[in-house]
Write a protein that binds this ligand. Sequence first.
Ligand code: CAA
Length: 281
Amino acid sequence: MQKIGVIGGGTMGAGIAEVCAKAGSDVVILEVKQEYADAARQRVEKSLAKAVAKNKLSQDDADATLGRLRVTTDYADLGDRELVIEAAPEIESLKQEIFTQLDAVVGDDTILATNTSSIPVIKVATATKRPERVVGVHFFNPVPVMPLVEIISTLVTNDETADAVTSYVRDTLGKTAVRAGDRSGFIVNALLIPYLCQAIRMLDSGYASAEDIDAAMKGGCGYPMGPLTLIDTIGLDITLAAAESLYAEFAEPHLAPPALLRRMVDAGQLGRKSGRGFYSY
Ligand code: CAA
């Protein structure tokens, strides 16, 4: 697989497009408006410039990577893609609409993948006429830096599809691939989100300050970021959506999203991207 499509050029979509193009694939990012498509390209340019500044990439390789990347607002430009990875907002109906549209423009053998972190993959797979060739590929933020990708097979994904995507992730992208079933949270978020929510409850109860909770997990467990800084980085809205999805799936009381998380999202305090979360930016 070398012709890759990416739906959505936000943080995750741009990151996915960047690593695919850097690995030598020909990549097309689809966005809904030209200004978003241009912004997606700028995100990739900025990240590549950072990689060059940190001596992770030569300027020639950064230029070549950009040469392999196109942006578009037209689904028809995805017609020749072998693998399309959707990284649109976490709205089930939106993703289903995207998969139905994609199904109509790509070839019969094209594999369709979703980067969802919280929506069951089968729900988007059944929006197509090829559910056996739909798979979850869950990257982590920041995509160019985090080595892991979770590969999720639904009850109907065929082995050929999961194997082809696993091989692309491992052999072409050089990432670590793990396989998980189609359950909310897969592996990482099923463990990470309850931990993050527990840190919010600890803060809300006045048990410890944000700074001390973060310092404790950095210094005591060697985590690169404390949980509240990590939520600010992921986005409080994204964290809430993931927590809601885990609670909806398993209905266990400890998975219920903390009230403070909901109130902060209501207040528009979404973390780093809005300038305010558990810290100010
Ligand atoms: N391209 C390539 N490499 C880059 C890069 C880029 N754009 N930006 C940074 N790097 C490299 C740096 O060169 C550096 O490499 P070395 O360690 O070899 O020197 C490394 O990445 C770290 O970069 P920085 O020094 O700039 O930054 P840092 O040390 O402060 O680390 C971080 C930043 C990697 C984000 C680190 O804080 C971290 O790992 N945080 C936790 C992130 C995390 O947990 N992500 C998962 C979120 S959950 C999720 O995504 C799933 C979901 O569904 C919610």
